[in-house]
Ligand binder design. Structure first.
Ligand code: PEP
Length: 246
């Protein structure tokens, strides 16, 4: 099933989360026809989980730590996320990689922990502008995917991937659908090389300046299994338009 995910980033207090979800649920119909996922900040997860109960809309976190508990000040573990109702967690978002210094090794540990805990990770990969301009897009994406999945070759079907070119995130400059399609095709081929049993079980989402006006253009293509939406997910009506754009 196709997956449309909202990454709220560091937006919305608990009160704003309540207002958003009450409004958003008015637009939700046939939640069984597509997977709809909200990823609010940590402080809003508990209340979001309560409000989403029975709605068919799923809950995810934007990050996690790989240890279950311990002296890791400021971190949040997977058992904590599971208890408040998270079924997904975004891992290796470019803001985590480039603003907070997350490297492929840490991302790999987080993915291993997610699979052990039974929370489905959405692994974010994507090239920077200079990579694209120097023809390195496929190489960069391949390296990120291979390192993130190292040791998980038999379990790739437990992971979804979001292809998010860094130059398209929050810039208002989306990738051309044909360009996204070619990278998605490449990632799918790579997944089959890594694990011939994967057979399409890993969804590959597109992310980067998606809005209601362009969402349908991506979703026309069978290579694109869903969308990860940042800025345009912050308004419930706008996000609902994206969810129902196909
Ligand atoms: C994101 O944060 O994952 C994202 C794709 O952001 P935006 O939609 O704002 O480009």
């Amino acid at each position: 099933m196709r997956l449309i995910a909202a990454n709220w980033k560091m937006h919305k207090t608990v009160k704003e989360t309540e207002e958003y979800i009450r409004e958003f649920l008015k637009f939700v119909e046939h939640p069984e026809s597509r997977e709809i996922l909200l990823c609010p900040p940590f402080t809003s997860l508990y209340v979001a989980g309560k409000l989403l109960e029975g709605s068919g809309v799923k809950l995810g976190a934007q990050n996690c730590y790989y240890e279950k508990q311990g002296a890791f000040t400021g971190e949040v573990s997977l058992p904590m996320l599971k208890e408040v109702g998270c079924e997904y967690v975004i891992i290796g978002h470019s803001e985590r990689r480039y603003l907070f210094g997350e490297n492929d090794e840490l991302i790999n540990k987080k993915l291993i922990a997610c699979l052990e805990e039974g929370i489905r990770p959405i692994l974010c990969v994507g090239e920077k502008l200079e990579d694209r301009e120097t023809g390195m897009t496929f190489k960069v994406v391949e390296t990120q995917v291979r390192l993130a999945l190292s040791g998980l070759e038999e379990h790739t079907d437990g992971v979804d991937i979001a292809y998010e070119p860094v130059w398209a995130i929050g810039t208002g400059i989306p990738a051309m659908p044909e360009d996204a399609v070619s990278v998605h095709g490449f990632i799918k081929q790579l997944l089959n090389d890594i694990n011939p049993k994967n057979k399409g079980k890993t969804r590959v989402l597109y992310g980067g300046s998606v809005k209601p006006e362009n969402a349908g253009e991506y979703m026309k293509h069978s290579e694109i299994d869903g969308l990860l939406v940042g800025g345009a997910s912050l308004n419930p009506e706008t996000f609902a338009k994206i969810v129902y754009s196909f």
